[in-house]
Design a protein around this ligand. Structure first.
Ligand SMILES: Nc1ncnc2c1ncn2[C@@H]1O[C@H](COP(=O)(O)OP(=O)(O)OP(=O)(O)O)[C@@H](O)[C@H]1O
Ligand SMILES: [Mg+2]
Length: 277
């Protein structure tokens, strides 16, 4: 198992219990979504994955290395790359170039390699030409892209993204989904993300865990979880729009689905088949 979260609870210093007995295993190359309402504990759980915080109870292991052992943290942080919910928590260098090179210099890579990786990372997030700008003066979406580039450049085995599409424009969102799927497929990078944008979940996740008030209330394949509509709605989540519309059309008697299609592509295929029948 690449990531093992076993009986994990977390209590903040003011006594607030943000995580309550979490058990999640993630294998190499999986694409996992963590869903849940505001305050559910998603960011808290993510901060556990590279040892920014450590469990009050239970154990988090990355490739078998416990985050409770300080000696493991360097390797754990090289293995798990983290894109924070708030880019301002991530960006602290005075130029975009330095921002991306910073982690690579810490890895003691050669200058040429640093230059190549920086170029590559800026290109895949569509931010070439911004090398000399200050990250702090960029727009929200641009900051998000630079934060992602700085993490990708380090080529982590696991990429953790806390609400990665917030502040991206529609084209940026689609490009990011495509990019994450590509690096997952081609480089075998494990993708773990949280989002409130249900439409991207079926495009980017094989598995979903639903978190509510610090507990995992539902877990399973993307299809299984989205077919558990009542539980989702009870905790302020909703279906992807394509699935919601399909549900309405079914209720009105226009179409009939064995399982709700979750993406526009899937709806399209179902309707084509329906017309043929
Ligand atoms: N530093 C802190 N001290 C005390 N409580 C905290 C701290 N940080 C977060 N919390 C609390 O822990 C709970 C979980 O917060 P967390 O940020 O993990 O939620 P989240 O699921 O990421 O929510 P969102 O969707 O709003 O990002 C919340 O009730 C929050 O108020
Ligand atoms: Mg959060």
């Amino acid at each position: 198992m690449q990531i093992s979260i076993k009986d994990v609870s977390y209590v903040y210093s003011d006594g607030f219990k943000a995580l309550n007995n979490i058990n999640i295993d993630i294998e190499k190359g999986e694409r996992v979504a963590l869903l849940g309402p505001n305050g559910a504990g998603k960011s808290t759980l993510f901060n556990m994955l590279n040892g920014i915080i450590t469990p009050s109870c239970g154990i988090v292991e990355i490739n078998g290395l416990s985050t409770l052992n300080k000696k493991n943290l360097k390797l754990v942080r090289e293995t798990v790359g983290m894109v924070f919910q708030d880019s301002d928590d991530q960006l602290f260098n005075s130029s975009v170039m330095q921002e991306i090179a910073y982690g690579l210099m810490n890895m003691k890579l050669q200058e040429k390699e640093i230059e190549e990786r920086t170029k590559w990372a800026l290109k895949i997030v569509d931010m070439e030409g911004t090398e000399k700008r200050s990250p702090h003066n960029l727009s929200g979406g641009q900051k998000k892209k630079i934060a992602l580039a700085s993490v990708l450049a380090m080529r982590p085995q696991v990429l953790v993204l806390d609400e990665p599409t917030v502040s991206l424009d529609p084209r940026g969102t689609i490009k990011l989904v495509k990019l994450l799927n590509e690096i997952n497929k081609e480089m075998g990078i494990t993708i773990i993300f949280s989002t409130h944008d249900m439409d991207i979940v079926p495009l980017l996740a094989d598995k979903i865990y639903v978190l509510d008030e610090g507990r995992v209330t539902l877990g399973g394949s993307t299809n299984e979880v989205f077919n558990n509509k009542n539980i989702l709605r009870n905790i302020n989540l909703r279906l992807p729009r394509a699935a919601h519309l399909s549900e309405i059309l079914q209720k009105d008697g226009y179409l009939e689905f064995e399982k709700l299609p979750l993406t526009l592509g899937a709806v399209r295929r179902e309707i084509k088949n329906f017309r043929r029948d």
